[in-house]
Structure formats: C-alpha cells, structure tokens
Write a protein that binds this ligand. Structure first.
Ligand code: ZN
Ligand code: ZN
Length: 275
C-alpha cells in the first residue's frame, strides 16, 4: 500500500515521523511519504523557513534507517499561487524531495479552507470556476508531481448550484496534457463534505483522460494514517484505475493494484475512524 500524504509537527501535524512510521508498518503500508506544508505566505500551518533544513535532515536520516522493504519517501505539500511560479520553483529546488504535491489553499489572499466566513458574499459557481482554473494553472506550471485534494473547495459543504461537468472535464484534460498525478485524498470523508477529494465524477473523468493516481490520507495525527483506504482502493478499481503511483527523486513509478499486498484482513484498518 501507498500513503504519500501526511504531516508532522514541523507543519501542522500533531505527531512525529516515527509515530507515523510505526503505524504505517502495522497497517502494511510499504511506501509511505511525509509531506509537510511549504507556503510562500507566513502561515502558522506551514514549516517555518528556518526549520526547512531541520526537516530535511530529519527526513534524510529516517530514509536511511527505512530503506529496505519499508520505503520512506520525502515529500512536501506546496501551496500554489498563480504568478509566483519562479519563487515556488526556487523553494522546491532547495529541498531534496522525492516529490512535490501542489495544493491550493488560497484564492487570492483568502485562505478559503480555514476561513469559513469568506463564503458568505460569494457566487459559489463563480468560485468553483476560479478554483478549478487555478488547479489548471497549477497543472500547467510543471512545478508539481502530484496535485493535492483536487476539489478541496467543497470542504465546508460548499456545493455548486449548476452542473460542473464541463469545468471538471476541462480540468481533467489539462491535467492529462501535463501528465500530473492526482491523489485520492481520503481525508474528505472526515470533513464536513463527507466524501473523498476528488469526487467520483471527477475521478471518472480523470480515468477517461488517462490521468494516473496515487493515495494520501492527509494524516495530521498518527491514527489517521491510511484512513479509509479500503474504500478508496475499491472505488479506484471500480472506476477503472489499474495502478497507484509513487515518486523517488522526482521520478515516477507505479504499482498495479494486483501487485499490492492489501491487508484488509487486518481488523484495525477497517475500523480506523478518525476526525
Ligand atoms: Zn492540503
Ligand atoms: Zn495536507
């Protein structure tokens, strides 16, 4: 199994690397990636710039200790800001990561996934267009290996008023053209929206366009590692995806679902129920 998205106390996680590693081993996860937040804006939920070297040293050390059948991968979750591609690239190049997840937590200067009040005066359909056009720019930027929680805009049950299929289709097409991997982020189940990021309709369009996928629990606490993965893998297979991707030194590899050693017999996996 592969879980490429989790956070430690270097950003806004509540636990440390070794806690996550121990849990992942228990669950039968064999490729695990830690991806703390990196943001150009000075937000409290991202790694402080003076801690980037410490984060890197810790990951390099732990990768050495975990290099056999359990494979620890060094990721970062980087905020995308249109027009600031050069600055983002400079930061990513400074850090010897295996992969960079590109995420959109800001629209303009609004941190829409933490500030719930900003929705009140908004036309939600226009907001969806703004959001997904930003996702398309992130895909076109060439900065990222993976796009994070692709429809995070729905987090607080922010649903569009009209049909968004064409917007989703265009987004899938742009992602396919730029050959960026999309994560099935299973944390959405535990958010007010109550469903995976992205939703089934988007996943089907991505599959139709030949986009590759991976999985991330977006764990901020150790008990969230690998959350809802059985449901997620079953959904991906049902839609028609054949494999999951991972990255080492920014080179993409994949494992077919039938080669994954799925530990569903492990009771605790099914019973993982996190907030
Ligand atoms: Zn995120
Ligand atoms: Zn995250």
């Amino acid at each position: 199994m592969i879980d490429l998205h989790m956070h430690t106390q270097f950003s806004d996680g509540k636990d440390w690397h070794t806690d996550h590693i121990a849990r992942a081993k228990e669950l039968g996860i064999r490729k695990m990636g830690i991806a703390d937040h990196i943001c150009l804006e000075p937000v409290k939920w991202a790694v402080d710039s003076d801690q980037i070297a410490n984060m890197t040293n810790r990951m390099v050390e732990l990768k050495k200790e975990n290099s056999d059948e359990f494979n620890l991968l060094f990721g970062i979750e980087v905020d995308y800001f249109p027009g600031r591609e050069q600055e983002i690239q400079s930061i990513i190049e400074l850090i010897p990561v295996d992969y960079a997840i590109g995420s959109i937590h800001f629209l303009g200067d609004w941190n829409y996934d933490t500030d719930k009040n900003g929705y009140e005066d908004k036309d939600i359909d226009a907001l969806y267009h703004h959001y997904f056009e930003t996702v398309q720019k992130a895909a076109q930027s060439g900065l990222f290996d993976i796009l994070g929680h692709l429809d995070l805009i729905k987090k607080f049950q922010i649903w569009p008023n009209s049909n968004m299929t064409e917007l989703y289709r265009k987004t899938a097409q742009v992602i396919a053209e730029n050959d960026v991997v999309v994560e099935l982020n299973t944390s959405g189940i535990d958010r007010p929206c109550g469903e995976f990021f992205p939703n089934r309709e988007i996943l089907e369009l991505l599959c139709e366009h030949g986009v590759k996928v991976t999985m991330g629990s977006d764990a901020h606490r150790t008990e969230q590692v690998g959350r809802h993965f059985q449901r997620g893998i079953e959904l991906l297979q049902e839609i028609g995806f054949k494999e999951l991707c991972y990255f080492e030194k920014r080179k993409r590899y994949s494992i077919a679902f039938n080669e994954l050693n799925l530990p569903w017999t492990k009771k605790e996996m099914n019973e993982t129920n996190c907030i």
